[in-house]
Write a protein that binds this ligand. Structure first.
Ligand code: C5P
Length: 228
């Protein structure tokens, strides 16, 4: 069968990455989490003092962009890829609240987007890829054969992210803080000037507030099979 490109966009914590990983496994495709790439740049900004007191020093970060090397390496034990910043595994660090609180500001910088979009397009040039993010169907792969747009209520999404953090032993964060971060990122992501989060005209919307993981996966898999 021919290989296709699958673009999955949507608001934060809509379960994009869970579906994307499952799909990639099922199809033998590469999975790329583009949120992890923006988070890695935000982590670099934090580590170098360019992100502090709620602000990001754009010029300094832009000057340093060529020093930021982002790689994905497949972890056989875990069964998925982990992200590396200049050779260091940062997969756990990039999920922390401190990174979450700066990432949307970092992602609004055009020079950052240009660098990451170019990398993403390179990774997908042979197709056979499932990529999730905010602008995959609109900017990165406007010609993707299948575009999905995932949605769920902010409450549902905050609860999921909160449960995820708790499960990882991150117990000092409250549900309210997580909810506020989800809502704040929604606003920043949909209102930024460069590549705001929006549904591509030819995307299929999936609201999973009331769908189980299995129901959702079956639904999506049948959409994929119709394209193969
Ligand atoms: O997907 P995740 O929630 O980890 O993404 C973190 C942040 O990175 C988003 O809130 C958004 O600001 C940014 N992002 C983006 N474009 C993408 C992926 C993520 O702007 N393609």
């Amino acid at each position: 069968a021919s290989k296709i490109t699958i673009a999955i966009d949507g608001f934060s914590s809509t379960g994009k990455s869970t579906v994307a990983k499952q799909l990639a496994k099922e199809l033998g495709y590469i999975y790329v989490d583009t949120g992890a790439m923006y988070r890695t740049v935000a982590l670099y900004a934090l580590q170098n003092g360019f992100a502090k007191d709620g602000e990001v020093e754009e010029e300094k970060l832009i000057q340093d962009l060529s020093k930021i090397q982002i790689d994905f390496k497949y972890n056989n034990q875990l069964g998925f890829s982990e992200v590396y910043l200049n050779g260091v595994n940062v997969e756990t660090k990039i999920r922390e609240m401190e990174v979450s609180s700066y990432v949307s500001k970092v992602a609004s910088i055009s020079a950052v987007r240009q660098k990451l979009v170019a990398l993403q397009q390179e990774m997908g040039k042979s197709k056979g890829i499932v990529m999730d993010g905010r602008d995959i169907g609109t900017v990165v792969f406007p010609n993707a054969e299948l575009k999905l747009f995932m949605n769920a209520s902010a409450k549902t999404r905050a609860q999921r992210r909160f449960d995820e953090l708790q499960a990882k032993g991150n117990t000092e964060v409250s549900y309210d803080e997580v909810y506020e971060n989800v809502v704040e990122r929604d606003t920043l992501d949909t209102t930024r000037a460069d590549s705001p989060l929006e549904m591509a005209k030819d995307a299929i919307e999936i609201d999973n507030s009331n769908l189980s993981r299995e129901e959702q996966f079956d639904k999506i898999l049948s959409l994929v099979k119709a394209k193969l």
